[in-house]
Every structure is written in C-alpha cells, then in structure tokens.
Design a protein around this ligand. Structure first.
Ligand code: NAI
Length: 346
C-alpha cells in the first residue's frame, strides 16, 4: 500500500526518508503541517521496528497528534515527528546521533527535533552539534517532567469529573511503563496518596521504581487486570484494543503514552461503557509545552505553570462534549481540528 493511502496519512505536508549507511541511520521525518509558522516540532523516537510499515504508520500518526497538541497548546508551530529504525544489534552511538542531526538540519528549520522514547536530553546535546534546530532541556526542568505533571493534572481532573473524587487519597492507579514519564507521574500520585500498581518490560526498572514508589509490581500482561480506578498507559501506543477493554477494571483511562488506542473509534466504545478516556493528545500536552522555547522557566514552579493549560483544554472539551452530545475524545478532536483549520486559513 502506498504511503498516501495509509490511514494516518492525513494530508501530511512532507515526508522525508533519510539514510546514512555508515552511521546506521534509517529514519523517517514526517512533517504534518507547518502553516502558518513555517516550522513544525516533534520528538525523535529510536526504536527497533520489525516492519518498515509499522514505522511509517507510527510516524504519521504521531506527527498528526503533534499538530493537535501544538494547536491546543496555542504554540507557534505545527506537528512533526522523527522515527529512527534502530538495528537491534547496533547501539545508539554518537555517529548515529550526529547523522540524526544532519538529517534534521537538511530540513532547514522546518522541523525542530526534541526527545521521545529512545532519546534523551544528553542525545539532544549531541544532535545539537550538527543543527540548531533542536529542543534542549530547559533551566526549569525537562519535558518528561512537564508531561508527567500534565498527566497528573489530567488524571486528577478525570477522577473529579467521573468518579466524584476531590482528592486522590486511596485512589488505585495502574501505571503501564515506568520510564521517564511513568516514574515521575508515580511520584506525583504517591505524594497525593494514591495506591499504585506498576509494570515495565524492563524488570530491573520495574523493581527499582516499585521500591522507590512503594508500588506493587506486576507482570507486563497482568497490569491490564489490575483492580484499580485509573489505568495510566505510559509506555508505547496501541495497547488498548477490544480484548484489553474487556479486561480493564478502571473507570478512567489517562496516561502519557501517545496513541494508546489501537483504533480511535474505540473512544466511543469506552464512552458507551461509561469509561472516561482522557484523550492522550490533551493529557500529555505538557510535553510540547515543556519543550517550547517559550517555557524556559528559571525554576520548576515557573516551568510547570504553563502546563495548567491541560486543565483549560479539558474544561473546554468537556463543555463542548455536553453541548454537542458527544464524548470527550470526539469533542477534543473537534476543538483541535477547529484550531488547525484556523491556522491554515491564516
Ligand atoms: P521512556 O522510554 O523513558 O519510558 C517508556 C517505558 O515503557 C520504558 O521503561 C519501557 O521499558 C517501558 N515499556 C515499553 N513497552 C512496555 C510495555 N508493553 N509494558 C510495560 N512497559 C513498557 O519513554 P517516556 O519518555 O517515559 O515516554 C512514555 C510515553 O509517553 C511514550 O509513549 C511517549 O511517546 C509519551 N510521551 C512522552 C513525552 C516526553 O516528554 N518524554 C511527551 C509526550 C508523550
């Protein structure tokens, strides 16, 4: 099937296949929309995709979601994403990172790269040796913290709206994936008195974070059966399908992972079952806010304050949902599309 016919193509402005055999680089940069700013931002994911087609689908879907996020955050850039198909036996070394930098630079500033799964702030420093078009860690904090804080605010909002909870004391939360975002989310939730159950494919990470948070650690598969109020997907996408919905006990789904639903249509099925699905492109909005040059923030409080935009967007989407008689996901999608259309019309 051609790229143009993929379900997530969504009229992408530009898709670049970048290679550098000596450095082991095979990458795809998808620029969804730069209008009217002439530039787009998104993270660089380095992952050992088994099939090239999976990488193409992922980059298109993630870049489209970035356009939603940047528009909802009122930030002056469109959405994009970079995927590097990592060769399993090859390390992510300096040569690869520099090749990523050169690939980004060839787009002459139409794409600003930041970190995502498989890359971190230290990698951005190396990439930044080849290009100025890179989002670096800010003085006040890093984007994973801003993401986790936004997810925490969204989760608290969801618990209040849907479960009638004023506080999170005793609330059961299952966190799937306790890397950068999941572990910091766990810290916020522990401070708020939540009861945590966690899992991670990396057993050592799961044990370490479990001990730090005083959380129960369960297997990667068992997390779906956890007896909790909230399910927080904080690993990769495509984790919620029909079978997972049958197993989940949670009444609220709210996490940091992009595209947790295998199919967007499942949002309506969750609503039918009276499970509140907080749209991922709203709950993890903190990431783009934290990566934005506008949110430098000299201390952590100043850095995190703009992330409260997450709650404003949820309130707006909720009002629209009630007026239009649609679920929260559908309302947030409408809001984002309205903002994108307005940007294109400028
Ligand atoms: P990370 O790579 O630091 O953490 C992901 C964790 O998930 C790792 O510990 C990994 O071992 C684990 N994992 C992978 N597959 C798993 C599975 N099937 N079950 C359980 N654990 C699994 O990545 P990070 O930065 O924490 O991102 C997590 C999610 O949040 C990703 O989907 C990312 O796209 C999204 N996100 C991250 C942002 C950021 O600023 N870091 C911003 C917005 C979204």
């Amino acid at each position: 099937m051609s790229v143009y016919e993929r379900p997530w193509f969504a009229d992408h402005e530009e898709i670049v296949f970048a290679t550098d055999p000596a450095a082991g680089l095979r990458a795809i940069i998808a620029v969804h929309d730069t209008s009217p700013f002439g530039m787009a931002g998104g993270g660089c994911r380095v992952w050992p995709y088994e099939r090239e087609q999976d990488a193409i689908d992922d980059v298109l879907r993630l870049s489209h979601a970035m356009s939603y996020k940047l528009a909802l955050a009122n930030l002056p850039a469109g959405g994009a994403k970079m995927i590097v198909i990592r060769e399993p036996e090859r390390p992510k070394d300096e040569a690869l990172l520099l090749a990523i930098g050169r690939a980004v630079h060839r787009l002459s500033g139409r794409f600003i790269v930041g970190s995502d799964v498989g890359t971190n702030d230290a990698d951005m420093e190396i990439i930044g040796r080849e290009t100025p078009y890179v989002s670096r860690k800010k003085a006040g904090g890093d984007s994973a913290r801003a993401t986790a804080y936004g997810v925490f605010l969204a989760l608290r909002w969801g618990a209040r709206q849907h479960l009638g909870r004023d506080g999170l004391e005793g609330l059961g939360v299952a966190i799937q994936g306790v890397g950068r975002v999941g572990s910091i989310l766990g810290e916020y939730l522990r401070e708020a008195g939540a009861r945590l159950i966690i899992s991670d494919v990396d057993a050592a990470t799961a044990e370490r974070v479990g001990a730090e948070l005083g959380a129960e650690v369960v297997s990667v598969d068992a997390i779906l059966d956890a007896d909790v109020d909230v399910f927080a997907p904080c690993a990769l996408g495509n984790v919620i399908d029909d079978a997972a919905i049958e197993r989940l006990h949670a009444r609220v789904i709210c996490g940091g992972a992009n595209n947790p639903l295998v199919d967007e249509a499942l949002a309506a099925e969750l609503a039918r079952r009276e499970i509140l699905f907080v749209p991922d492109f709203v709950s993890n909005l903190g990431g783009v806010i934290g990566a934005s040059p506008a949110s430098a923030g000299t201390d952590l409080d100043a850095f995190l304050r703009p992330v409260e935009r997450v709650v404003e967007v949820l309130d707006e989407a909720n009002t629209l949902a009630k007026e239009a008689g649609v679920d929260l996901h559908a309302a947030a999608t409408r809001l984002a599309n309205t903002k994108l259309d307005a940007r294109k019309a400028r």
